[in-house]
Design a protein around this ligand. Sequence first.
Ligand code: BGC
Length: 408
Amino acid sequence: MWGASVSTHQVEGGNHNQWSVWELEMAQQHASSAKDRYGHLSNWTEIKDEASKPENYVSGRAAGHYKNYEADFDIAQKLNLNSLRSGIEWSRIEPEEGKFDAQALKHYREYFFSLKERGITPVVTLWHWTFPEWFAKKGGFVKRRNVRFFTRYVKYIANEIGIELDYIITVNEPTVYTTMSYFEKRWPPQHGSMVDSLRVLINLAYAHKKCYRLIKKVMPSSQIGLAHNCSYFYSKDREPLPRLFVYISHKLGNEFFINRVRRYQDFLGVNYYFANRFIGTKIDNSAFPVNDLGWPMQPDKLGPLLILLSEKYKKPILVTESGVADAKDTHRKWWISESVKSLQFARKNGVSVLGYIHWSLLDNFEWAEGFWPRFGLIEVDYNTGKRTVRKSAQWYSALIKKLGADRE
Ligand code: BGC
């Protein structure tokens, strides 16, 4: 599969969930602290105006993808993409506790149907960090007994969607969510502790397993997994201490969560953005170029990461996200090209690679950073809604065509 990804809250527009409520509460504070947070970035003068406005931090209309999806799919099809990772927004399906919105369900049925009609395989995410406010008020995933609300929503989808879903991702990046929302307290609900953070992680593993079982009953041929954020850890030299740090980081960061759900995955979904190089006992990525968010870029480490995961878990792997914040489109082509080379290297080393799904199809709402980071293959003008295909996307499209032709 050659694809691209979006998530509901980041592109749909018009959502009302625990995130949209929090955005409004925080917008002013986020805007006035922009310099503290981004002043160190080399592109600060370019992003300053946008990042200092409260509107940047409110998802609002976003890219308007909820209404405009047909046109977006037309572009995806023209770009030769044969898969699209997108999702279902729980807060639209069940805006009030126990009351399911048939219109919202119909929307998603048509949405996935419309993708399939274009020969694009949907990879469907059931939860990408946002949920209805009533669920937040009950304490969200901190409480084990709340998991039943999530599984009830998933059961409703499985029973009622009325269209075969070939690939399903139950939850997106559990470890990132728990770290940001319950440990570092940078995302809603911004409270908690190490203990709560662990509790949420364990409850998400439990939720995944329950969903896996219940979806399999209704849609036995669906391939079910989750999207896990993994980094590749390595050391600059072969000294024992940094190698021990690499070992521990890989175990905790990459394997801990997968180990809890390993028998409940048809494939491993891997979101890849980072590699971390240890020099001594410290991570030092200063040798690598950075993207607009200041994240060091090492796309060539994707393959080595997949080799490790494949050797341990012996499952096919789908790269469910991988990409760069790059408003000027200077790094994206290089990122994709290096990623594909690295995937070829992984395949030669025995990894069964199901596909590469780039983040993102469209520019989107980048959570607490708001709209200024630009991840899209397609640029979105937020004033007019206009879409412009970036040069790197044209190049990706030609590459997909060529790789397809080489196989025939
Ligand atoms: C998330 C996306 C996010 C992307 C870039 C991933 O961790 O799943 O929602 O936009 O990273 O930060």
